[in-house]
Design a protein around this ligand. Structure first.
Ligand code: PLP
Length: 373
């Protein structure tokens, strides 16, 4: 059986006619940047996140830029410090570095694999300006405590919600709980475009006005600017149109993935396979971006090869703590034991809305045979 890690072609095929027609409409309109599709998506996405009566969404070019512009808008200046985790995608850190700030790495919790709030306060210094919790794999970090610590220390909270569009924490969607929510519509994410895209959620008009300028050369209107560090980071009309047509499917996709993830978990448990799963906080409804297991015994890289030989493609998110990347080594203060243990033993298994239960069972059976001996 051949099971690719992800099958974006299949996702396109499902709503092919619809996508083709909205893309052609944009092409025929002759208006490609900052037009009605982007405006419509900003409203659609805001309504999806919080409903009609609150908040603002700004469409930008990518999740990386969503983080970067949030940092700039939050006033994170050169040489200040931003606390985040080391088991995340590279852009979480490169966004921090792109504004001249320094990443400070917080340990993660053994069960949730998310920012360990017991280790957070001790990292705060006079230079700290912001905290970036990462909602890894679609599971929400412990936002109530993070917000509380941030408020006490006068810090901004920027949620990296690139992997968790649709996840719920308490009564709110992820990305609407901190000061800024940075979303990605990279094709593989829960809500994916057919190219790059991102968005920022904010709570008040002042933040919104600033971000609207920052994403468009700093302009308040054509050829008028009061902001010196504006960039070019806009959600283009074609991507916005695709996202407008896809947003109605996201809950269905997330639900299918949740069912398949539960199938994985039940099957692993019934076969008593020595693997561990990510645990969510009680108040969280996760939206699986990835399905990740942690091996409690056996050799991870060997298991990957065995799966590969039998047609199953797997990946590792992420193979080294980011402070061990050449680019970020200078920010390493100490080893983070839980983080390192994860990087050595985790494995991401195929998960997409179109997988079948037969495929899930096939994968679990291979892993059981390899680890249960
Ligand atoms: C994908 C991702 C990003 C960056 O998003 P892009 O749209 O690719 O720039 C940032 N943080 C995390 C955790 C991600 O998974």
């Amino acid at each position: 059986m051949e099971i690719p890690f992800l099958d974006l072609k299949r996702q396109f095929e499902e709503h092919k006619n619809e996508i083709n027609s909205v893309v052609l409409e944009v092409l025929a309109s002759g208006w490609y940047i900052l037009g009605k599709e982007c405006e419509k998506f900003e409203l659609n996405f805001k309504n999806y996140l919080v409903g009609k009566d609150e908040g603002y969404v700004v469409g930008v070019n990518s999740g990386t830029d969503a983080l970067r512009l949030s940092l700039i808008a939050a006033g994170v200046e050169v040489n200040s410090e931003v606390i985040t985790v080391a088991n995340t995608a590279i852009p979480t850190i490169s966004a921090i570095c792109s504004v001249g700030a320094k990443p400070v790495f917080c340990e993660v919790d053994e069960k949730t694999w998310l920012m360990d709030t017991n280790k957070l306060e001790e990292l705060i210094t006079e230079k700290t300006r912001a905290i970036i919790p990462v909602h890894l794999y679609g599971f929400c970090a412990d936002m109530d405590i993070i917000n509380e610590i941030a408020q006490k220390n006068d810090l901004k909270v920027i949620e990296d919600v690139a992997q968790a569009t649709g996840a719920v924490y308490g009564s709110r969607k992820a990305g609407t709980i901190g000061d800024y929510g940075a979303f990605s519509f990279y094709p593989s994410k829960n809500l994916g475009a057919c190219g790059d895209g991102g968005a920022i959620f904010v709570h008040n008009r002042e933040q919104y006005d600033k971000l609207i300028k920052l994403r468009n050369y700093g302009q308040s209107s054509k050829y008028i600017t009061e902001i010196e560090n504006g960039i070019n980071s806009r959600l283009d009309e074609i991507q916005a149109a695709i996202l407008n047509s896809r947003i109605k499917y996201i809950d269905g996709w997330n639900l299918s993935k949740a069912k398949l993830a539960q199938r994985y978990i039940n099957k692993f448990k019934s076969l008593k396979v020595p693997v561990q799963f990510q645990i969510s906080y009680d108040e969280v409804i996760p939206q699986y971006h990835l399905f990740v297991i942690k091996l409690l015994k056996g050799d991870r890289d060997n298991l990957m090869r065995i799966l590969e030989k039998q047609g199953v493609q797997t990946l590792i998110h992420y193979p080294v703590p980011l402070y061990d990347q050449n680019a970020f080594k200078k920010y390493k203060k100490c080893k983070l034991e839980v983080t390192e243990n994860l990087t050595k033993n985790i494995l991401s298994l195929p998960l997409n809305p179109y997988m079948t239960e037969i495929e899930v069972d096939y994968i679990v059976n291979i892993i059981a045979k390899s680890l249960n001996t």
